[in-house]
Design a protein around this ligand. Sequence first.
Ligand SMILES: Nc1ncnc2c1ncn2[C@@H]1O[C@H](COP(=O)(O)OP(=O)(O)O)[C@@H](O)[C@H]1O
Ligand SMILES: [Mg+2]
Length: 260
Amino acid sequence: MSHTITIANQKGGVGKTTTTINLATGLAAADKRVLIIDFDPQANASTGLGLTKQKRVMNIYGILVGHYTVSQALVKTLIPGLSIIPSAIDLLGAEIELVDMKERESCLKEIIAPYKSMFDYILIDCPPSMGLLTLNAMVASDSVLIPLQCEYYALEGLSYLLGSIQKIKKNFNQKLDLFGVILTMFDRRSSLCQMVAEDVKKFLGDKVFQTAVPRNTKVSEAPSHGKPVLIYDLKCPGSKAYMAIARELLTRDANRIQAA
Ligand SMILES: Nc1ncnc2c1ncn2[C@@H]1O[C@H](COP(=O)(O)OP(=O)(O)O)[C@@H](O)[C@H]1O
Ligand SMILES: [Mg+2]
């Protein structure tokens, strides 16, 4: 059964794109068929996977405005089993153009519906805002995964995001669920980091993934080489964490399906 997951947090720089790329790579390494939809106009997931400008000519914006289809814009990455629909800066305009459309919140859902059965996992990398793009991603998804950086205002941001998910569930997508929270750029030596992590766990219990992603230079270097860190340096702590997170996701997903 295909599972579509929105990777969201209205805050920028918390590890959404890094998590999307590396979780997708980990799932593909486990023989899953995976699609990333780069839904951020900044197109960091596309460049982080080494897509040249030429490979980004057909992108999610062109699909949204009806210039071509998903199958025309789909690009295979260097990782077997992992494809991506690239993004482009034009997507910025979509936030405004979609406003006048009928059923503007379900454009992405309609677009990907015929392709869902081709993939085990579809991961949607969102921009750092709760605008129309993120709304479209959540309406098109079964669940939401939140990368969270353990810093001072993290819990307030998290409450706001959970409130938004509840509103979207109520008004547009009854099946939408919080799949989990992944702690990113975790620094074990920082007492603030530890404290925030404890608070998040008290608040959300086992929704918090057991594996946290440590702050690791290799993780930040990998995108400039156009590779997931799992390919750039498989043995570094960041890669080990993302492999463990992919395994955890598969286990959680199996339990989720059993419970449904
Ligand atoms: N575990 C990590 N260790 C070190 N740097 C990281 C880690 N995760 C992300 N980064 C870096 O932090 C920055 C923001 O991450 P990114 O995934 O782009 O966040 P977002 O998509 O939420 O804006 C990037 O430069 C990225 O390379
Ligand atoms: Mg990003």
